[in-house]
Design a protein around this ligand. Structure first.
Ligand SMILES: [Zn+2]
Ligand SMILES: [Zn+2]
Length: 169
């Protein structure tokens, strides 16, 4: 789950993480994977692109196929183990991710400013140190229910933002 904000337990500063949908251009609009990081240029917690290794994508697809309930899924989810009817679609998504990942050259970048000088959180839901403060930045979550409007951003396969539109979901 992606945090909506971070709050530092040391200095009480709070940083919002705007909710957005992000996809790579193409007929199927492959959903971008993100990971929280500290951006040296924004001087704030941000979401950065997550570029899993091809080996990691393959390992997850294999774990799903064998119904592995212990595997720590980070690209997919154990949700599909109980919903086998959705599994073929999810495996097709992992396959598409693999094709994208094999040709991707640019490093992971901050989705706010494009900077590549990032310190990644150890886990998407982990707290991390507030540089220069020493306090701990803790993720905060807001549960949203109902219909709402969100920006949908389209990126090139190299992570360059191409367009943005508002969608209802
Ligand atoms: Zn702080
Ligand atoms: Zn940044």
């Amino acid at each position: 789950m992606t945090p909506n904000a971070y709050r530092c337990v040391g200095c009480s500063l709070e940083y919002g993480i705007p909710m957005k949908l992000r996809v790579y251009e193409g007929a199927t609009e492959l959903r971008m994977l993100t990971w929280p990081a500290w951006c040296q240029q924004c001087e704030a917690p941000v979401l950065a692109e997550y570029l899993p290794s091809p080996a990691a994508i393959l390992a997850e697809a294999r774990a799903l196929r064998r119904g592995d309930e212990i595997y720590a899924y980070q690209i997919s989810s154990d949700f599909y183990l109980d919903k086998p009817e959705y599994l073929p679609t999810e495996l097709a998504r992992l396959d598409q991710l693999m094709q994208w990942r094999r040709t991707r050259k640019a490093p992971s970048q901050c989705l706010d400013c494009g900077c590549t000088d990032l310190m990644f959180a150890s886990h998407p839901e982990a707290s991390f140190w507030h540089p220069g403060c020493g306090g701990l930045l803790q993720p905060r979550y807001t549960v949203c229910a109902g219909i709402f409007r969100l920006p949908l951003e389209t990126y090139s396969s190299e992570g360059i933002k191409l367009s943005s539109r508002i969608v209802t979901c």
